[in-house]
Design a protein around this ligand. Structure first.
Ligand code: PLP
Ligand code: COI
Length: 364
């Protein structure tokens, strides 16, 4: 139980902050504070403090820079109608952070310490939580091997940090359907690899396929399973859902999402939507979905909608699909009915516009 020292830092002016919050974009601006704690083998976590946001002194031999012993999380703080601020299911992020740490042989940050760090930062920078439609404060906890050592072994020193970034829509075009490219040259994760945790290396490896998608005019990459190259896994930073049947009839549509095969990230948005969709009366199935089933389903009208979901992207409809075996378009290229209904239902909970019946909101 490490006490958090809160330093008195110089804050940016109200005018400067208002300028940023008027059009924050995604991941471009950061708040006045950051949280930092250190770990030393034999001593454990120590020196937890909320300090001024700014550069980290770093030795060129820092292990994380060489071997990517580095993990992260992403969650959001939402302005509530009563003027308070709440984060969404931070305990789930804390639990996933621990799993990621264990996979990368790092000392885990205990759940209470994770929650205390996030709370301390949100509390200090609550003026940075934007109040515009669909705007939030995106929170980025991360942990890295800070020991200067070039041997390949788990480091003996680590940093745990939390930074915060006011955010508007992740995709510049908002809820406009995104186009996706099914990668057949690359895979995201293989059985026994790191696909089910949030480590930095997964995202480094996604950049070349992402570049390839951009060259073909697509927004995102769809990854297939590494073994058969047949089953849909997820996008580089979002999970996928398919709507079978008509989303305009209450309870008639079925939702299908790829099962947690061990090679895809167990998204907290994914998990929340499974619950919300069932409460709205829809059947939700977690199972394998092949590219062929998706294509056939779109062609014969059984797959009516497809959407991607994640903390940063919320829910984003998928429109055009490009694949070596042939391109196709889901629905008429406009956001699907159930996609938009689930999006509203989730945002209503997160922004406190409906009762939080699941205890998902964590008031700061
Ligand atoms: N899949 C990947 C690879 C991700 O990076 C993310 C984002 O965190 C997700 C899925 C969605 O997870 P969550 O809903 O917890 O943000
Ligand atoms: C998130 O949704 O929080 C993520 O971490 C995805 C990231 C690729 C922006």
């Amino acid at each position: 139980d490490v006490p958090v020292v809160v330093e008195d830092v110089q804050r940016r002016s109200t005018t400067e902050r208002a300028g940023v919050l008027a059009d924050p974009g995604f991941g471009r601006h950061f708040t006045d504070h950051m949280f930092v704690a250190r770990y030393q083998e034999g001593q454990g976590w120590y020196d937890a403090r909320l300090t001024r946001y700014g550069p980290l002194p770093m030795d060129p031999g820092t292990a994380a820079l060489h071997y990517a012993q580095s993990i992260f999380e992403g969650l959001k703080a939402y302005a509530q109608p009563d003027g308070s601020v709440a984060t969404f299911r931070p305990e789930a992020n804390a639990a996933r952070f621990i799993r990621s740490a264990e996979r990368l042989a790092m000392p885990p940050v205990p759940e209470e310490a994770f929650l205390a760090a996030v709370d301390a930062l949100v509390d200090a920078d609550r003026d940075w939580v934007p109040t515009g439609a669909d705007q939030t404060l995106y929170l980025r906890p991360y942990q890295l091997a800070s020991e200067s050592f070039l041997g390949v072994r788990p480091a003996h020193e680590y940093l745990f940090l939390v930074i915060a970034s006011p955010a508007g829509a992740y995709f510049p075009r908002g809820v406009h359907p995104v186009s996706v490219y099914v990668s057949e040259d690359y895979v995201r994760a293989a059985p026994g690899g790191t696909g089910d945790v949030k480590c930095a290396g997964n995202y480094a490896a996604s950049l070349r396929p992402q570049q390839q998608a951009s060259e073909l005019g697509c927004d995102q990459v769809v990854y297939l399973d590494a073994v058969e190259r047949r089953y849909i896994e997820e996008l580089g930073g979002m999970n996928l859902f398919f709507v079978l049947g008509s989303g305009s009839d209450d309870g008639a549509a079925e939702l299908v999402t790829p099962e947690l095969s061990g090679t895809l990230l167990p998204g907290i948005t994914r998990d929340s939507l499974i619950t919300v969709a069932r409460e709205l009366g829809h059947r939700v199935t977690e199972r394998k979905v092949s590219l062929e089933e998706w294509r056939q389903g779109v062609a014969d009208g059984t797959v009516t909608e497809t959407f991607a979901c994640g903390t940063a992207a919320v829910i984003t409809p998928v429109g055009e699909v490009k694949a070596r075996t042939g391109d196709f378009t889901v629905g008429d290229g406009t956001p699907g009915t159930l996609t938009m209904r689930l999006r509203e239902a989730l945002l209503d909970i997160q922004h406190g516009r409906v009762a939080d019946t699941h205890g998902w909101l964590h008031r700061v």
